[in-house]
Write a protein of this length. Sequence first.
Lengths: 583, 283
Amino acid sequence: MNRKTAISAYVIAVAGVIAAPGMARAADYHHVHVTASSPSEAVRWYSEYLDCQPVADRRDAADCDGTELVFVVQPTMGSTQGTGVNHISFSYEDLTTKMAALEAVGVRGSGVRLQRFDDGSTLRDIPGLFKIGFIFDPWGTRIEMVEDEEYLGFHHVHLSAADPEATLAFYRDVMGGEPASLRGQIDGLLFGDVWLLASEHGEGTPATTGGRAIDHIGFVVDDLTAAATEYRNHDVVFETEPAVPEGGRTQAQRAFLRGPDNVRLAVVETGFAGVVTERAAEATGADAEPYDAPATPWGEPDLQGVWTGNSAHGIPLERPDDSAATESLTAEQAEARRERGTLGSIWGYEREWRDTTLGYVKTAPSTQVAMVVDPPSGRIPALTAEGEVMAARAAESRASYTQRPAAGPEDLTPYVRCITRGLPGLMMPSIYNNGLQITQGPGFVTIQKEMVHETRVIPTDPRERVGENVKTWLGDPQGRWEGDTLVIETTNFNGLASYRGSSSDMTLIERYTRIGPSSLQYSFTVDDPTVWTRPWTGQFNFDLDDEQYELVEYACHEGNYGMTNILSGARAQEAAEAEAPGR
Amino acid sequence: MSPMYVQRSNSITAVKGLVAAIAVGFLVLLPSATILNAQTAESDAPRAWDGHPDLNGVWQAIGTANWDLEDHPASGGHPDLGAIGAVPPGQGVVVGGAIPYQDSALEQRQQNWENRPAGDPEAKCYFPGVPRATYLPHPFQIIQGDKKIMMVYGFAETSRTIHMDKDNPERAPIDSWMGRSHGHWDGDTLVVDASGFTGEAWFDRAGNFASNNLTVVERYTPMGSHAIMYEATLEDPTVFTRPWQIRMPLYRRLEDNARVLEFKCVEFSEDLLYGHLLREPTR
């Protein structure tokens, strides 16, 4: 639904007069089930920006004026729009101030995205109603902000219905909503002091809510067994029969119904407090038991499989100043850190990018404080005198690129040019396409990183090095087995894809060790005496993800529209500056 | 842990001992019941640990298939390059002589021909697709294990994963330049089914092509130790009137220390692709 039709939802009142209440057993809103990749971060977001309250002993719920928002990790298949639940709504006494405050938050990190109207404003005054505006949470849920002083706080759930009148009749007759008219303008239903509104769905049948940003709407009844009998009398389809759910925090029952317009409904009994669904992180700390790696049929340690670096995404290379004495993060802190890293890179990532659109579930984030394990301070050692000169030169050239339009591809990084992320850069976890496929044949290991599709062929038997003049982006690797650990020593770098200032004199020593059935420890030692006063080592783990993950072809250069856009934008900027008066 | 893998070496010099241990293991394993096709192993091709032909090594096609799959005489190239840019003459690798294009597809090929070389994905350093990756004028390496067979091509950092461990071939999740490949052994022949292509790749510098409906069945059959007969059957009902086949040997690179060197060609394509957008335009 675009902006215009969103507004028209308010202008076009739902036709027809709603008949008197039927025999329904009155239900009340209980919860709205919202998909978020980080429940704790979502609780923080809704508490900070929409004045909900964290729920005691629950990491996954916020109380918004008596209605719970329950946040559950699942692969998001898209935002609320296009489904039978278009948005939820919050009401404020002074919406102008509220929207200004939200606008000041900005979209970076777990920020706030405001939807602008055609004139660029974020607020609109609807005659006879009140001021409205729209925002999105970071996980794709659309939220309407209204200024309705009669109903403050959690204000309404707005359905998108093929036949709004029939849909409202269902919620009246079956769920027991009380017909009422919002400001005499819009017919809807009241559940307690929260509205249920319905507008006509513009295009065909609404998509199912299941798996989307709002997965379902939950109602509460005193006696679900009795209510279920009534639902059956109304020919309601049950997706799940009433039962105490697995992992339920209380003995209250829950059922799932299929509402009109492919909207999933939960009905729970009084006392229901959600289910425990957290995925346990595998213990991979230093105290993990030594692990005996399996062997290939020809007798070498077997590292094969599809691994992902998703758990390590968010670990900073160096120990942050404020965590000097921290051994490891809590699960909540780790989750929030990765989430901020993800959202800080690309807004809406979880619903737009392939990892989740193909249905992958990310492994739990690592609680490791920093990658650097040597020096023990967790900080990269001091630069040599030559390293200082190189760093200053690099900073200067970076500044010149960022301060003026790029003259050509050479002004941009090898990564933007889709050449490479270099070594060890390409091994580093990132926001998406974190796949690592290791395959082996006798005497060779191939290491394929999904981003940007590079395949390294590592010989594990000694062989002659290539000549000194055959410098390459990824260098000349020589592998060996030390026990069950694959050790790779790489030299002959061309130095053009520098990692944190590394030069062509770098020797990179990588160690791959299986430390558990599904855990691969990766450590890298950067030995570059031209740049640093001593070698330094970083470390993180990859997780075996064979069951669900497959590397897809990262055709970076083939689809590098970014390069065309950057350069054509640069030329347009230069042309505009040349034409500008006074220059 | 396999019983033969008892040595834990700590230095590069100890690796030789490990290699010896593996070799002994190989001899011990050879008569075991797990060996496949041992009875049919008539050729003198080397054998892998499981009795199948051992295709490990660095291979390269020789010939002019990458210039033109069909018969072609010598012809000139870019005048600045003199004879260096000329197209060497070649006998076609298409079984039966000509590619059976539908009429409408012939027009597309003619357009491709007229747009060469700049329109050729090879000039742009794009993924070469299948089967072209096999007969580019660059070596490629086969790494043959137990679950996957990797084919790693230097050009454009291309590789293919041949899934040997999928009983039920899976549809490619999305189209890609290199497609999705499933392999199995037919006697001493590695058979690879590849599909799920974007349809943007060309087969050669002459502009031969297919659409994203292309399916390729490749057969890699060892001819002794140092050559593999490569055959590919190409089918695309939207472009060709019938399935057709190409056939050429692949040769082992026998140089000491033969390897596939990194050929990251992106930077060499940037002037062609972006020259018109530079501050000092070159195009």
